[in-house]
Design a protein around this ligand. Structure first.
Ligand SMILES: Cc1cc2nc3c(=O)[nH]c(=O)nc-3n(C[C@H](O)[C@H](O)[C@H](O)COP(=O)(O)O)c2cc1C
Length: 181
């Protein structure tokens, strides 16, 4: 059966390295058995900032934007969430996009890859795991943390030979665990 992956690009800032990391992750995903890969680019989607009277756990947000965003997640077979680490956690735009939905996250096969300068943004990955566990997402046990350096992303692309063997192995294991779900 054809396996599809949707990669959520968690960074929305100008000059982000997130797009280059997503391109590289997509390449690795093909090696892990994914045949169809698409990007869910929060920068392009430009979702409205979370604003609801109560948690969407109790009442889904009934706006065209929230419904469309919910459909993007519902229609995704498997998700890879790529998060940078900002102040030891996930970026606010990513958290706002997550908070905008509730039921859509439940049971969705999902993996997390973080990146950052401090232990590959591991802390953001742990925060994200906690958030998605609360939302009953079907999380891959494996995870990966990509160690940034000043030169890891050059000319708009990841220089993979700068990544340690351990990190590359962790990325492959994470994607394979997601493909196996
Ligand atoms: C507001 C802000 C806070 C940051 N805090 C952290 C941090 O706590 N840990 C870390 O490893 N890197 C931190 N960084 C560095 C980012 O991981 C790095 O800039 C990375 O390129 C961000 O991803 P992006 O370029 O895709 O947005 C921070 C960057 C910003 C902009």
């Amino acid at each position: 059966m054809t396996k599809s992956l949707s990669i959520i690009i968690g960074s929305t800032r100008t000059n982000r390295v997130g797009k280059a990391i997503a391109d590289w992750a997509a390449e690795q995903a093909t090696h892990a058995g994914f045949e169809t890969i698409e990007f869910i680019d929060l920068k392009e989607l430009d979702l409205p900032k979370f604003d609801a009277e109560v948690s969407p756990m109790y009442a889904p947000i009934d706006t065209p934007e929230a419904r469309a965003w919910g459909k993007v997640i519902t229609d995704s077979e498997r998700l890879l969430v790529l998060t940078p680490e900002y102040n030891r956690s996930v970026p606010s735009d990513l958290k706002s996009a997550i908070d905008t939905l509730f039921a859509e996250w439940a049971d969705k096969p999902t993996a997390i890859i973080s990146y950052g300068y401090i232990e590959g943004g591991k802390n953001a990955g742990l925060h994200l795991r906690d958030i998605l566990t609360h939302l009953r997402t079907d999380l891959a046990a494996d995870t990966a943390a990509i160690q940034l350096s000043e030169t890891l992303v050059s000319d708009g692309a990841v220089q993979a030979d700068e990544l340690s063997e351990d990190i590359r192995t962790a990325v492959t294991a994470t994607l394979s665990a997601l493909a196996a779900k």
